[in-house]
Design a binder for this molecule. Structure first.
Ligand code: SAH
Length: 215
């Protein structure tokens, strides 16, 4: 039997997001609207709304819904921003960010996943304000910089310098920083010429590859 996706989605928003403290009504509305089942492989669709990451192939995952919500909420988007995402994966978080901001550039290092993200975003009618770029996101994407917000969906040993440079003042950057097994989700704020950061949660993301990550 095919699950009622709308029911599953509403339950996910209530039990995984609201109950854990996600408050931004725009984040809750976006995740209550976007068909996450269209961003997981067909054989994993029954797990589309489970409280965990799901494999999307190429040793990569679609993040746990709560993590996508938390990262988006920490960026404090109001709809006017240009956002850079590193690690498109299957495109789900880009779709969420696209619903919250003016435009999104998302960089993906695995060519097959860049293609998958592009096709998922166009199939769900979300490609108008989202561009998928194939490349090493550790270097950011200089042609469109600066960005009002940057969301990094893979864990790095340090915050890549190029990303700090491409972040506008004022602006927010979220990134998991730590070892391969344990990281802190850092929320970095550039404001009035200063940089401050806090830890939003402890986490475990797939590793950032390329020059700024692990190979
Ligand atoms: N944003 C996704 C999460 C994908 S997992 C979501 O919607 O849930 C992280 C992704 O980062 C993987 O697809 C991986 O291939 C990609 N990645 C890893 N290192 C990268 C790099 N240096 N540049 C761009 N993408 C990278």
């Amino acid at each position: 039997m095919i699950p009622d996706w709308a029911v599953e989605r509403r339950r996910m928003v209530d039990t995984q997001l609201k109950r854990r403290g996600i408050r931004d009504p725009r984040v809750l509305a976006a995740m209550g609207d976007i068909p996450r089942e269209d961003f997981v492989p067909i054989e994993s669709r029954v797990s589309a709304y489970s409280d965990a990451p799901v494999n999307i192939g190429y040793h990569q995952t679609i993040s746990q819904p709560y993590m996508t919500a938390l990262m988006a909420e920490c960026l404090e988007l109001n709809g006017t921003e240009r956002v850079l995402e590193i690690g498109a994966g299957s495109g789900y978080a880009a779709a969420v960010l696209g619903a919250l901001a003016r435009e999104v550039v998302t960089v993906e290092i695995v060519p097959e996943l860049a293609a998958l993200a592009r096709s998922n975003l166009s199939r769900t009618g979300r490609e108008a304000n989202i561009r998928v770029i194939e490349g090493d996101g550790g270097l950011g994407y200089p042609p469109e910089s600066p960005y009002d917000a940057i969301s990094v969906a893979a864990a790095a040993p340090e915050v890549p310098a190029a990303l700090m440079e491409q972040l506008r003042d004022p602006g927010y950057l979220t990134i998991p920083v730590g070892t391969l097994d344990d990281q802190q989700l850092r929320v970095i704020r550039k404001h009035a010429g200063r940089v401050q950061w806090r830890i939003a949660t402890l986490c475990r993301f797939v590793p950032l590859r390329g020059g700024e990550g692990w190979n």
